[in-house]
Design a protein around this ligand. Structure first.
Ligand code: T5A
Length: 205
């Protein structure tokens, strides 16, 4: 199981499909999924959270993301992972909750880990590819994209700075499964690092 992490515009979606193709060429069966979402129930939660026109309380947010995650693990991931040479790639997972709800919303890392102390939320990725970019790069890429801002994209600079701090904390706590990728490089330059880290991890197993 792999997860991609990073703030808005880091390049998670851009690189996931390329990695899927390369892993399939090596004989793996690959499933891509995203959070919040990935199941019928999770997609409804995604809509409810990201299109919410009222601010949600941090604890409500944390539990909504955890509900989506628990259902996705139950319905898809845990079954797929029983099949040999099968990889599930997540576009966001636990570390998003640590950075967004734990640090940026101020609930604390411990609170998020406590919520995740119940099965199947105890499942963790084998490798987390954290694509690190600056606040300025995130804003620049969001501006280029020009879509309407969703729930979190409307947040201000201090929130984004806390997110970066949150990911840094997560990467230190979970250094065994974290690979920090320099997301400021060109798309090819970023992908090269992702591919290298993923195959290094697979060969180590
Ligand atoms: N959330 C989620 C929580 O708060 N808690 C949780 O537990 C979870 C699971 C989900 C939101 O929910 C929050 C976090 C999020 O706010 P989302 O849409 O899934 O929202 O996630 P976003 O991060 O908002 O998705 P983005 O599309 O903004 O980011 P990506 O996928 O990282 O970026 P991507 O690949 O779409 O690239 C963005 C743009 O940058 C360009 C791309 O071409 C694209 O235009 N780009 C580059 N340009 C130059 N150089 C590079 N290296 C580039 N890489 C990408």
């Amino acid at each position: 199981m792999l997860s991609f992490e990073g703030i808005e515009g880091a390049g998670k979606s851009t690189h996931i499909n390329k990695l899927k193709e390369d892993l399939e060429n090596e004989g793996y069966t690959v499933f891509i999924t995203r959070e919040p979402g990935g199941t019928k129930f999770g997609e409804k939660l995604r809509e409810a959270i990201l299109c919410s026109d009222v601010p949600l309380g941090p604890i409500a947010e944390a539990h909504l993301f955890a509900s989506s995650r628990a259902q996705l693990l139950k319905e898809l991931t845990l079954e797929k992972l029983k099949i040999p040479k099968t990889i599930v790639i997540y576009d966001r997972f636990l570390d998003s909750s640590l950075a967004y709800q734990g640090v940026a919303r101020g609930l604390g890392i411990e609170t998020i880990l406590e919520i995740h102390s119940h099965y199947p939320l105890t499942t963790v990725p084998n490798l987390t590819l954290y694509i690190e970019i600056s606040l300025e790069t995130s804003k620049h890429r969001q501006k280029l994209r020009g879509n309407e801002k969703d729930y979190f994209e409307s947040e201000k600079d201090p929130f984004y700075r806390s997110l970066i701090e949150g990911y840094t904390i997560a990467s230190q706590i979970f250094k065994d499964r974290f690979a920090v990728i320099d997301g400021e490089k060109s798309i090819d330059g970023v992908y090269e690092q992702i591919k290298m880290q993923t195959f290094k991890h697979i060969l180590r197993k």
